[in-house]
Design a binder for this molecule. Structure first.
Ligand code: PNS
Length: 165
């Protein structure tokens, strides 16, 4: 059984992530989407909310499971018995950080291989950060994230506005 982990923050999941999830799911028997619960950061969405949104948008993919994790990615990969970590590469600017991470992970866990998928060209500009910025200024995010996710972002932004006022 070939099991892969696609890790990330997914704050929130975008069409770019979904593209990598869909294509990775065809390469392995089971794909685990690992959602990082990084207590040092304050994400827009809680890890529970991010997991729920991911579950919702991947419900048509029968070999995809969404699992939150804390700590080192390689420890998580070993815990779920995955021999492969999958990461998306959008542009050359991603490469330096990704290479450093892959090499560090390989040193710590030589049995876990990192595999890179180049993000489809139509999503090569897309990031969760830019989606949040567009939404914060009231822009249309419907072409960047699935409708259910766009609704959650809009709700969240409204709540933030009412707290900030
Ligand atoms: O979506 P992101 O924020 O680019 O994902 C980054 C992620 C979660 C893959 C990375 O930060 C990570 O693996 N964090 C867990 C801690 C760890 O193992 N760091 C790698 C050592 S270089």
């Amino acid at each position: 059984m070939l099991r892969g982990v696609y890790p990330g923050s997914f704050d929130p999941v975008t069409y770019g992530h979904l593209d990598v999830i869909r294509r990775s799911a065809r390469l392995v028997d089971e794909l685990i989407v690992g959602v990082l619960n990084n207590k040092a950061k304050s994400p827009l969405f809680s890890v529970e909310e991010r997991v729920k949104m991911l579950e919702n948008v991947t419900k048509d993919m029968s070999n995809v499971k969404i699992i939150p994790f804390e700590g080192l990615l390689v420890d998580f990969a070993c815990k779920v018995d995955a021999g492969m970590v999958i990461r998306g590469l959008r542009a050359i600017t991603d490469f330096e950080y990704e290479l450093q991470m892959a090499q560090t992970n390989h040193k710590m866990a030589p049995g876990v291989e990192t595999v890179f998928l180049t993000t489809s060209l139509e999503y090569s500009y897309l990031s969760s950060t830019t989606v949040k910025e567009v939404a914060a200024f009231g822009g249309d995010i419907s072409q960047f994230v699935p409708d259910t996710v766009a609704d959650r972002i809009t709700e969240k932004m409204k709540k933030k506005e009412s707290v900030d006022v």
